[in-house]
Design a protein around this ligand. Structure first.
Ligand code: SAM
Length: 230
């Protein structure tokens, strides 16, 4: 259960926790206890704080991974658009062998690094569509991304999926988990599907989750599990 703000109201399903400086993620099955995260207080519409707060797809994906630990246990995991770092930190706690947190915003990477200081994860800047360092190519069993599809025209989908496809292992075992809030995703669904196909990825599963990461047909979080090949 996410605590620290108006978690019972509907608002947190659509917008970040707007007034928090710290956010505490709790789930009784999470090894190591609650994850306490430094945020920056956000005012709606302030684009510069987008990565410095926590978004509902991230909490849903973290809860989902706790219930489906096989996705990350013993795996090499990368997260794109990590924001304050919850999902990747949770993956590490769940037994991932190595976690790389990335974001395109240097200040966000610094915040994630601070939040992950006790969890031994790597934090680096990575901008989608701008090339991937040699040592990260084809190097990750799992690539995670939460609430990274937004904007006016879906133009993020191409660069995002291009980068995903360069990081994930192409031997057929690699998996990509993209969690997206309906409110922001649905208008870009066709662009997303086109980008996935264009990069040679295949949709393995499409689940609809509630904010606790449980399958729920009226839930507001899409979770796409993608892979390479059939
Ligand atoms: C809505 S926030 C989601 C943050 C976090 N995953 C969460 O769910 O709380 C989107 C994140 O994507 C990052 N981002 C946006 N465009 C990007 C790009 N072109 N390359 C890399 N990161 C980008 C932003 O800096 C931000 O941290």
């Amino acid at each position: 259960m996410a605590t620290g703000g108006s978690s019972d109201s509907l608002q947190h399903l659509f917008f970040p926790q707007t007034s928090l400086e710290r956010f505490t993620f709790t789930n009784p099955s999470l090894p190591g206890g609650p994850i306490s995260l430094q945020c920056l207080p956000a005012d709606e519409g302030q684009v510069s704080v987008i990565g410095k707060v926590l978004w509902p797809a991230a909490t849903a994906l973290a809860h989902f991974l706790i219930e489906h630990q096989y996705f990350v246990r013993g795996k090499r995991v990368a997260e794109l658009g990590c924001g304050i770092g919850l999902v990747g930190i949770a993956a590490r706690r769940l037994g991932a062998a190595h976690v790389l947190l990335t974001d395109g915003d240097a200040a966000v990477v610094a915040l994630a690094r601070e939040n992950a200081i006790n969890d031994v994860v790597e934090c680096e800047r990575l901008i989608w569509g701008e090339g991937v360092p040699e040592q990260w190519r084809d190097a990750f069993d799992v690539v995670l991304a939460a609430d990274v599809i937004y904007g006016v025209d879906g133009s993020v989908c191409g660069p995002l999926i291009d980068t995903v496809s360069r990081l994930v292992k192409t031997d057929g075992t690699g998996r990509v988990l993209v969690a997206a809030h309906r409110l922001r995703f649905d208008v870009h669904a066709d662009v997303f599907v086109g980008a996935v196909r264009g990069a040679g990825l295949r949709q393995k599963e499409h689940l609809v989750l509630d904010e606790r990461g449980r399958e729920y047909q009226d839930g507001r979080i899409h979770l796409f599990v993608l892979g390479v090949g059939d």
